[in-house]
Ligand binder design. Structure first.
Ligand code: MSP
Length: 650
């Protein structure tokens, strides 16, 4: 019988910088689903790749004096190296610079134009260059900045092609509200209210202001703009409108597209509209997850707060990182990343929970039975509860998987781990071992533990593919004992199973020592990118001034006494300063880069005679001196601590 096809995709990532833990989440989640589905017998196609066109890439390449293609080639290698390191079992890696993809996009664009869905017009709006996004006034944040990265936007206008969206509004509304296309469903109402009810705006689909894109075949000064190019990857990879692949009939419609919430709108509205216009079936599910945040903000390169997954997986192993990020992210919420939480979780769940269960069980079989259990059994108290917990897993996991609740799948599996550890305490094998008349009971207890480990290791192999083979070796499980269908069959290992003592699977970490070392390492580690070290472009020198004019600026040393976030603003911090003159309040747009506790007690340089102003309704008497980093982040200037508050700077 031929296997049922299953098609799952990650977004295609912008290779505008190194991949970070945020990118790993979707990829690891999709990989775990792909592995699980393969285990269940599906014929899986798992697609990932890179979205390589656009202004940002063009600009970055120009800064480095290389072509955009040379620039993305280097970064794509880093993405691929990371996916190898994280054991990502993708079946195809698509690059939007691949010839077959370009052919598909050009044909789709022409088709939509010929059908009257694409027309020429003029685009006016607020444009955020780092995010390559136009925003309407109402979408800007409270400071009138980009709602994504909170940087300034500029007015922009250009001739552009647009795609009509209104013909699809009713069908999309039904898709979102009346089907289970979007997971979690709660987001559907939000989308309908924010984008469909106010009248679906036409989508700008071409650009003339840069050239690094797929040319529009019938109007060469235009390149296809972001979303038609990017979204088409899901079908160009199958051979839609190209001859490179012939998988379209087999794999389309996709079973799951997984994305984070910031690109949900494009996948929930634009992509269905494109498919409707092309008269193609719609994907079955769009699974939307939150962001991995750091200090409450989305982890992203443009905010300068990224965590390096190479460094973490070198140190703790890819499986520990995979487990941690999947376990932390609950459907519909963001998950906050912290080294400390990660290390504590590795200790509690992996070292103490799973690792301990395996090593204790194997060590006891080794010690009490010289590695091989006798065949006789003697059931006893607590057995049924353990067996029920283990064999009940399959059904629970399958229903959670259908709703992409991977964190809950792991929680269910680890409940069985805890149950098994409790079973060891309840049955106390070391006491049974003292009395030879309990030998059969002792063997039964240990067999039950080995079986439980075998059962949980099967679904866990989708999440932690590197570790489970090590466990199988230790518990004496071979290929026939780890088939998916045997999850609900207790008693699959041979009665006279032989174990093999091995290394500790997850060594316990000394939290305090490790945090110190890790922080040092993070500070000293160099980014992996070969040529992506941001170049500092010197700012043009300002107009010359004389010493008297400079003397008018009153710069003082001041000490931060209190500091808190300004409510309703993601950018602003409110600082109370000891300025040696009775104190004052200053508001500063540095919340993306500094936590209040990073600043309290520190001395800063204050522009003390700046006219007071209100920022987000909060009075600011002066300004804190800071400087821009090449990557767009901001560093505050900290003077020598020996200088007293109030000291004048000259
Ligand atoms: N190129 C587009 C996607 C086109 S798909 C047809 C894009 N690329 S991206 O590299 O900026 O982001 C890719 C995915 O990674 C998005 O789903 C994005 O939300 C996700 N993440 C980026 N940072 C993230 C976190 N900090 N946390 C979780 N996911 C995040 O958008």
């Amino acid at each position: 019988m031929s296997k049922k096809p299953y098609y799952i995709t990650t977004p295609i990532y912008y290779p505008s910088g190194n991949p970070h833990i945020g990118h790993c989440y979707t990829t690891v989640a999709c990989d775990s689903i792909a592995r699980f589905r393969r285990m269940q017998g599906y014929d899986v196609k798992f697609l990932t790749g890179t979205d390589e066109h656009g202004l940002k890439i063009e600009q970055k390449a120009e800064e480095k004096g290389i072509t955009p293609k040379a620039y993305v080639d280097e970064i794509v290698e880093i993405f691929k190296a990371l996916w190898d390191k994280m054991h990502i079992s993708y079946d195809q890696y698509i690059r939007t610079t691949d010839a077959y993809h370009i052919e598909t996009v050009q044909k789709i664009f022409k088709k939509l134009y010929d059908q009257g869905y694409i027309y020429k017009g003029e685009y006016k709006g607020k444009y955020c260059t780092p995010c390559e996004s136009f925003w309407t006034q109402s979408q800007l944040d409270e400071n009138g900045c980009c709602p994504e990265c909170h940087r300034e936007v500029v007015e922009a206008k250009e001739e552009a092609y647009f795609m009509k969206m209104s013909p699809f509004a009713d069908r999309i509304e039904k898709l979102l509200l009346e089907t289970d296309y979007l997971q979690p469903k709660t987001r559907a109402v939000e989308l309908v209210n924010n984008f469909i009810k106010p009248g679906l705006e036409d989508l700008c689909v071409s650009r003339t202001s840069f050239t690094w894109g797929i040319p529009v075949t019938f109007d060469k000064k235009h390149v296809v703009y972001v979303w038609i190019d990017a979204l088409s990857n899901y079908i160009s990879a199958l051979g839609y409108e190209n001859d490179a692949f012939h998988d379209f009939d087999k794999y389309w419609p996709a079973d799951v597209h997984m994305v984070a919430k910031d690109i949900m709108r494009f996948h929930a509205i634009v992509w269905p509209a494109m498919l409707m216009a092309l008269d193609l079936p719609l994907p079955k599910h769009l699974a939307v997850h939150g962001w991995i945040t750091f200090n409450g903000q989305k982890m992203s390169k443009s905010l300068g707060n990224v965590v390096d997954p190479f460094l973490l997986s070198d140190r703790y192993g890819a499986d520990a990182i995979r487990y941690h990020i999947l376990r932390e992210m609950a459907l519909g919420a963001d998950s906050s990343f912290s080294n400390e939480i990660m290390i504590n979780r590795i200790n509690s769940d992996l070292a103490n929970g799973l690792g301990n269960l395996v090593s204790r069980t194997v060590a006891m079989v080794d010690k009490y039975f010289d590695s091989t259990l006798p065949a006789e059994r003697q059931p006893g108290e607590f057995d049924n509860e353990l067996i029920a917990a283990a064999t009940g897993l399959k059904e629970k996991l399958e229903s959670l998987l259908d709703n992409t609740q991977l964190n809950l799948m792991l929680a269910e599996i680890f409940q069985v781990v805890s149950r098994a550890n409790k079973y060891i305490d309840e049955t106390a094998p070391w006491i049974l071992a003292k009395d030879p008349s309990n030998r059969t009971r002792l063997a039964t207890v240990l067999y039950n533990l080995l079986e439980t480990i075998r059962i949980i290791s099967i679904p866990l192999s989708a999440f932690m593919p590197e570790t489970m083979p090590k466990i199988w070796q230790q518990i004496g499980a071979s290929a026939e004992h780890i088939q998916y269908d045997t999850i609900s069959a207790f008693g699959n290992l041979p009665a006279t199973v032989t174990v093999q003592k091995g290394d500790i699977i997850f060594p316990r970490i000394d939290v305090e020592k490790e945090i110190d070392e890790l922080n040092q390492l993070i500070l000293s580690s160099k980014p992996k990118e070969p040529s992506d070290q941001p170049q500092y472009t010197p700012q043009p020198l300002a107009e010359e001034i004389d010493i008297d004019t400079f003397g008018k600026i009153d710069l003082r040393v001041a000490k931060v006494v209190e500091c808190e976030k300004v409510k309703k603003s993601k950018k602003l911090l409110k600082l109370q300063l000891d300025d040696g003159m009775g104190g004052r309040q200053v508001v500063s747009g540095i919340a993306a880069w500094y936590k209040p506790e990073d600043l309290i007690g520190k001395k800063i340089i204050l522009v003390a005679n700046l006219k007071p102003a209100k920022l987000c309704g909060v009075e600011s008497c002066g300004m804190i001196c800071a400087s821009d980093m090449p990557d767009g982040s901001v560093k505050v200037i900290f003077p020598d601590d020996a200088l007293p508050a109030g000291a004048k700077i000259r």
